[in-house]
Design a protein around this ligand. Structure first.
Ligand SMILES: [Zn+2]
Length: 69
């Protein structure tokens, strides 16, 4: 599944040369680059969100079990 590269307006220089590749975007005009990899900060936030979700589910499960017994 590879997407064809396509061009949009560059968020930095505004020229229509911002190339979207499958793993990153770049502008050859001003050398602006955006990659799709998550940095450590967004990974951490995503993990915290997942943990929170799991904790909430566990808590609900515990409550259901204590009500049942
Ligand atoms: Zn640019």
């Amino acid at each position: 599944m590879s997407k064809k590269p396509y061009f949009t307006d560059c968020p930095r220089c505004g020229s229509n040369s911002f190339e979207h590749m499958s793993e990153y975007c770049h502008c050859p005009n001003c050398l602006y680059v955006e990659d799709y990899y998550e940095d450590a900060e967004t990974c951490y936030a995503a993990v915290r969100l997942l943990d929170g979700e799991r904790l909430r589910q566990n808590t609900q499960q515990d409550e259901a079990e204590s009500l049942a017994s």
